[in-house]
Write a protein that binds this ligand. Structure first.
Ligand code: ZN
Length: 473
């Protein structure tokens, strides 16, 4: 399925959200604690953000040094200077940047609560050995709790859409648990259904269940479904090492269902294997643009393949991050968090790292403006996931996914260019307001619809049980 086709489906589905809004209960207070389920999500109200430095990320609308954004029933009603919005609640945006929420395009939320088990300086306790050992014992409840924690961090850091790259789906109940966590959190996203950790390479994924989940998610205006593939290039076999025949079988089954597919890569081998098997296409997102060649970039551009780069993790791997060469070749490149066990969710730091890596590697040979970096983190991410018709820019008619970033903290005081400030100065603690589909889910550094302490306690209980089951010391 093309990303346009997915967009059209999302737009049509989005219309149902307006009527669903009337069924939502009264909003939780900014300081209050609400039970962890979707019925507790705040209502989509009507409000107008006034006097913010608005970065619409829509070239047809442009930016406003002092502008207003009017939100009604989950959608952006108007963007401009001095908007008339009688009856709308006013939110003071002075001294803040108003922009689309960040769009993460690859994140293994199921690993989130494993942080306390890891040690950066002990090779036996880094990300891969820990997730493999404990991941084999996850119950559906564990999956739910870990994903809730990951999504909570996303929200607090201004991420309003995520690509939940679930490569430990151990049963249909595990898939349902991860999807429920996404629904209960109120974020928008794609759920990328994957295999269980440790699944034999000769065993195909459960396409009967993927088809079942497609029917379920197809009715949900906030979510779409995709599939993540096991590794195919022999690199990092701990995450699977299927051969070309299994890849053809599985990727064919994914395409029969009309779903997009995503794959971790490290170098040319997987790109060449996919090309030889005629599997490259615009429904493919590859992850980690490392160790590739010019011939690969041409193939990717020719077939409309997307790439996502996770700068905080990738910069610690061997080989060069070649996102800029791919972009020069015409490949859509978006930005992702990957995991928050060994890294943090900080889209500002990710943008800054891409800027500095480009300068470090190429000496500025390839132009990469701060505005383009903000595009990569917003509208290009929406394009990658097929959501660009409904989010990714502050465009009237699109769904209201947006954030306010304060510019008066010591790290930001008296900014110049707002794009420079976002890339080079801002940090997640500057985020004052997070809105997803017109719901205010985070404000004044507080969650409005979840009890973070409870999520944390539940996660700790899961980790204690997983350590026992895995005999982990
Ligand atoms: Zn990954």
């Amino acid at each position: 399925m093309s990303s346009d086709a997915i967009d059209r489906r999302a737009v049509l589905a989005g219309t149902t959200a307006l009527t669903a809004a009337a069924l939502m209960p009264k909003a939780a207070s900014a300081q209050g604690v609400a039970p962890a389920n979707s019925s507790a999500l705040p209502k989509r109200g009507e409000f107008v953000i006034r006097g913010a430095h608005v970065l619409s990320m829509d070239p047809g609308i442009g930016d406003f040094e002092s502008g207003d954004v009017h939100v009604r029933d989950g959608a952006i009603a108007a963007v401009g200077a001095a908007i008339s919005a009688p009856g709308a609640q006013a939110i003071d945006g002075k001294g803040m940047i108003c922009m689309p929420g960040f769009v993460d395009t690859h994140w293994h939320h199921w690993t989130t609560f494993l942080r306390p088990v890891m040690r950066a300086d002990d090779p036996k306790k880094t990300y891969f050995p820990v997730t493999l050992a404990l991941g084999a014992h996850y119950t559906p409840d564990d999956s739910y709790r870990a994903v809730r924690l990951g999504l909570a961090e996303a929200l607090s850091a201004g991420v309003t859409t995520t690509h939940n790259w679930a490569h430990n789906v151990r049963s249909p109940a595990h898939a349902d648990a991860e999807v429920k966590a996404m629904r209960d959190s109120g974020l928008r996203g794609r759920f990328a259904y994957g295999p269980a950790q440790g699944m034999p390479n000769t065993q195909p994924m459960d396409f009967t269940d993927i088809a079942r989940l497609k029917r379920d998610i197809g009715k949900d205006p906030m979510l779409t479904l995709g599939v993540n593939s096991r590794n195919i290039d022999g690199n990092n076999a701990s995450r699977g090492a299927i051969d070309a025949e299994m890849a053809k079988k599985e990727w064919g089954a994914v395409r029969d269902l009309g779903l997009p597919i995503t794959l971790h890569t490290n170098g040319s081998a997987s790109i060449q294997l996919l090309n030889d098997a005629n599997l490259l296409g615009p429904d493919v997102q590859l992850v980690h643009p490392l160790n590739t060649k010019a011939a690969d970039w041409e193939l990717l551009a020719k077939h409309g393949v997307h790439y996502t780069t996770s700068p905080l993790g990738e910069s610690g791997r061997s080989g060069e991050m070649q996102f800029i060469e791919m972009m020069q070749a015409g490949v859509l490149v978006s930005m992702s968090i990957d995991n928050v066990t060994a890294e943090r969710c900080d889209c500002f730091a990710c943008m800054h790292m891409l800027q500095t890596i480009n300068k470090h590697r190429t000496g500025g040979k390839f132009k990469l403006t701060t505005k383009k970096l903000v595009e990569m983190a917003t509208i290009d991410g929406a394009r990658d996931l097929g959501f660009s018709a409904i989010i990714g820019s502050l465009t009237p008619g699109k769904r209201a996914d947006l954030i306010l970033v304060r510019t008066n903290a010591p790290n930001m005081g008296d900014i110049g260019d707002p794009y420079d400030a976002l890339v080079q100065l801002a940090q997640p603690s500057d985020i004052d307001l997070v809105v997803v589909d017109g719901r205010i889910l985070h404000r004044n550094r507080q969650f409005t619809a979840l009890d973070y302490r409870k999520l944390l306690a539940d996660g700790a209980q899961s980790v204690a049980e997983l350590k026992k089951k895995a005999k982990w010391s």
